[in-house]
Design a protein around this ligand. Structure first.
Ligand code: SAH
Ligand code: SF4
Length: 462
């Protein structure tokens, strides 16, 4: 492949122009990327968008006016897989109308052996594994012009995420894959072993993002706090956070998702001590019963998770906590479910990502009987939803009258929306005069609800 230096791109008007930017002139072609699933997929899509922009493609408004459509899939749960399949069926019609338009499937639906996928979706022109970005060259020959190793292309391009969200927040993958083998999880089969990116590449990437107007960075990994153990020159998440925190101009630093087993005091101390590290802890627990945790192969106990959360709260004033839970795991009894209920009632998380168990092909638990009926999974899900409604009502009520720094992400129906450092959603009214999109505004809270806060701006935007 011919080599060419890749330079930061500027996505839209909200960001200052980079010092040096020479993407190829527009070639008249447009791309459309449809992304499902986690932030890692979001980041991968941003990278693909960056590559295509770099060689002259522009973003299409919809799949209908695109010259290439890329579907970035998620199969972590059956419901997600069904959605991808539905979308691919819909795209089959478009493909009949525009047979020359390449249709590409990437993300976690793409297995190493692709024969079955090819049979199931014959209208897809290319399947590529999330780590094999350079495969795209088969349908976008212009990519020959990019660097040899396309996977090393930094993802400078920050697209508008949805609606009118601005690109002041960026995702930066720091570790790919996962070395755990949780019995229900398909991720290690699709994403492979843990591979940390070199420390200096990450720091350089964040520096460039900040130069391009990014104010908030979220470091990503399936086990983000396992960062650095696999590197020749050993490193760690806390060391990386310390280095990234020093980058001038960066205002907020986050990371997800952490594994309880790797949540050392060094990471908690880093959040407590580093000015940019946001007071938020995302630590998936999955279940509150030790026997279920053991069958999930989570490698820790309920007490370890609770202790980590207690320590986090001791050391970090005002910290918010998020976790993930699966209900209806094979063999989960009512008593075992109640252990999860009690744990959440006791711990009071600001956010719980709830999922009903679904067997995933190839995983250990898929060989066990999926013996909790769907209606029972749904009931347990609803029970926890109700609990969270009560817990979040309580937690947010305490925030009444407080003032929070909000990074504004979007505007809808005359109301601005953004997030606090603790990741709580805040709405406030537009005064009709000041554009605060992408700005920090201090907001005094005058209304609380379980899911968001509302208030009035009490500072000039900055
Ligand atoms: N690495 C993270 C989570 C990755 S998967 C961790 O260790 O927790 C994202 C979420 O999807 C998980 O937290 C889990 O709650 C959910 N999930 C994964 N596999 C699932 C399955 N088979 N059924 C239901 N939910 C699942
Ligand atoms: Fe899946 Fe477990 Fe790895 Fe998380 S830690 S990605 S749940 S195998």
């Amino acid at each position: 492949m011919q080599t060419r230096t890749v330079i930061p791109l500027v996505p839209h008007d909200h960001q200052p122009a980079p010092m040096t930017s020479h993407p190829m002139p527009a070639n008249g072609k447009k791309f459309f990327i449809w992304t499902m699933g986690c932030q890692m997929n979001e980041a991968d899509s941003q990278k693909v968008a960056a590559m295509l922009q770099e060689v002259g493609y522009r973003k299409a408004e919809s799949e209908n006016d695109a010259d290439i459509v890329i579907l970035n899939s998620c199969v972590v749960r059956q419901a997600a897989e069904d959605k991808v399949a539905g979308r691919l069926d819909y795209l089959a019609r478009l493909k009949r109308e525009k047979p020359e338009m390449p249709l590409v499937l990437t993300g976690c639906m793409v297995t190493r052996q692709q024969e079955k996928l090819k049979q199931r979706f014959p209208h897809v022109d290319l399947f590529f594994n999330p780590s094999d970005f350079d495969k795209l060259v088969a349908v976008v020959p212009e990519l020959e012009m990019l660097e040899d190793d396309l996977a090393s292309l930094p993802h400078y391009y920050q697209p508008q995420l949805s609606g009118n969200k601005v690109g002041v927040s960026a995702f930066v993958p720091i570790i790919y894959g996962c070395n755990f083998v949780c019995s229900y999880c398909i991720v290690p089969y699709r994403r492979g072993k843990e591979t940390s990116r070199p420390f200096s590449d990450i720091v350089t990437e964040v520096e460039r993002l900040v130069d391009n107007g990014v104010r908030e960075v979220t470091l990503l990994g399936q086990t983000v706090n396992a960062y650095g153990y696999d590197l020749e020159e050993k490193s760690s998440l806390s060391r990386l956070l310390t280095a990234v925190d020093k980058i001038p101009g960066l205002e907020r630093l986050r990371f997800l998702t952490s594994h309880p087993k790797y949540m050392g005091d060094d990471v908690i101390d880093a959040i407590a001590d580093l000015p940019t590290a946001c007071e938020h802890m995302n630590l998936p627990v999955q279940a509150g019963d030790n026997e279920v945790l053991q069958r999930m192969r989570r490698t820790y106990t309920r007490d370890l998770w609770m202790e980590r959360i207690a320590t986090t709260r001791e050391k970090i004033a005002g910290v918010t906590v998020a976790t993930d839970i699966i209900v209806g795991f094979p063999g989960e009894t009512e008593e075992q479910f109640m252990q999860t209920y009690d744990m959440l009632e006791h711990t009071k998380c600001d956010k719980v990502h709830l999922a009903m168990y679904s067997p995933r092909p190839g995983t250990l638990s898929s060989r066990w009987e999926d013996d909790v009926p769907h209606e029972e999974k749904w009931r347990r899900h609803q029970e926890l939803e109700k609990l969270q409604l009560r817990v979040c009502t309580e937690l947010n009520a305490v925030r009444m009258g407080e003032t929070y720094e909000v990074l504004v992400e979007s505007k809808e129906k005359g109301r601005w929306t953004g997030r606090t450092r603790g990741n709580t959603l805040v709405h406030f009214d537009d005064d009709g005069e000041t554009d605060v999109l992408g700005k920090m505004v201090d907001v005094r809270i005058n209304h609380t609800s379980p899911w968001f806060l509302m208030g009035e701006a009490v500072s000039a935007p900055r």
